[in-house]
Design a protein around this ligand. Structure first.
Ligand SMILES: [Fe+2]
Length: 273
């Protein structure tokens, strides 16, 4: 069987036109995985998978990450469901998931269970396309650089309710990890390893390093490299965490917005260019 797709924007995102039964059969899995790397974000509309079906579909494409509840994580600000809800404020800043690990997830799937009344769109930026569009001068400048990433740093780049900082300290989100700024993938293609988890460029004057990170993020978040997803019930969105960064748009306080998430295990260590 061959995959029917429709591009959502020129550089990132394709809708896969397939019914739920075909997707669950696994017959399209290999093509879906290849398309994921090629397009960064895949949208499956009107499939209405329950949690078990979403897990089965994800596992047919690539092995699930067992780090949190077999790769599942309840994405919600509702503290009754997710006690770590406040940490999700940080997801309003551009990031790649789990840069605190040596082998970040290959990808993530999200499917809404409750929609926000307003906002709550998820935005994606293609970090392959952003790298490729850099000037030769910039490519040479950043080729060998390394950047330290700390998850908690995302929270310094978003508006927070009072008191959140202490809670974050109590939860001990201080883990950091150094990664190359340019990732040379097994395919030979290069992408930027970028997001507001970046706390410093190794060996660079702090102000100069901060300015470089900010400039690269401003470059990568330009409309030609991004896709903004407006959620609808029944949607499944799958993204390549190794070749994109993402963030959520703010939504109403006290929202019951809730998405079910499944994470695909990482396959490829971050290798410098
Ligand atoms: Fe995320």
């Amino acid at each position: 069987m061959s995959l029917t797709t429709r591009d959502l924007s020129p550089a990132i995102g394709s809708e896969v036109i397939a019914d739920a039964a075909s997707l669950l059969s696994g017959s399209l899995a290999a093509e879906i995985k290849a398309k994921l790397t090629e397009r960064g974000v895949l949208l499956f509309r009107d499939v209405h998978f329950d949690d078990e079906e979403l897990n089965a579909f994800a596992a047919s494409v690539s092995p699930i990450d067992n780090q949190d509840e077999k790769g599942n994580f309840k994405v919600t600000m509702d503290a009754e469901i997710n006690p770590m809800a406040l940490i999700l404020y940080g997801t309003r800043a551009w990031h790649m998931d789990r840069l605190d690990t040596a082998l970040p997830p290959l990808g993530t799937l999200l499917s809404p269970r409750v929609l926000s009344l307003e906002g709550g769109e998820t935005e994606f930026a293609n970090t392959y396309a952003a790298y490729e569009a850099l000037s030769d001068e910039d490519k040479a400048l950043i080729e060998d650089l390394e950047v330290e990433h700390t998850t908690a740093n995302q929270l310094r780049n978003v508006e927070l309710p009072a008191g959140l900082e202490q809670i974050v300290d109590q939860l001990g989100m201080g883990t950091s990890r150094i990664h190359p700024l340019v990732w040379r993938h097994r395919s030979g293609r290069k992408s930027l390893v970028l997001g507001w988890t970046a706390t410093r460029v190794v060996g660079m004057d702090p102000a100069e390093g901060d300015a470089l990170i900010a400039r690269l993020i401003a470059h990568a978040e330009q409309p030609q490299f991004t896709y903004r997803h407006h959620w609808r019930m029944g949607d499944v969105v799958m993204w390549d965490n190794t070749g994109t960064m993402h963030r959520v748009q703010p939504f109403e306080q006290g929202s019951k917005r809730y998405l079910h998430r499944v994470t695909l295990a990482g396959e490829e260590p971050l290798v410098a260019a």
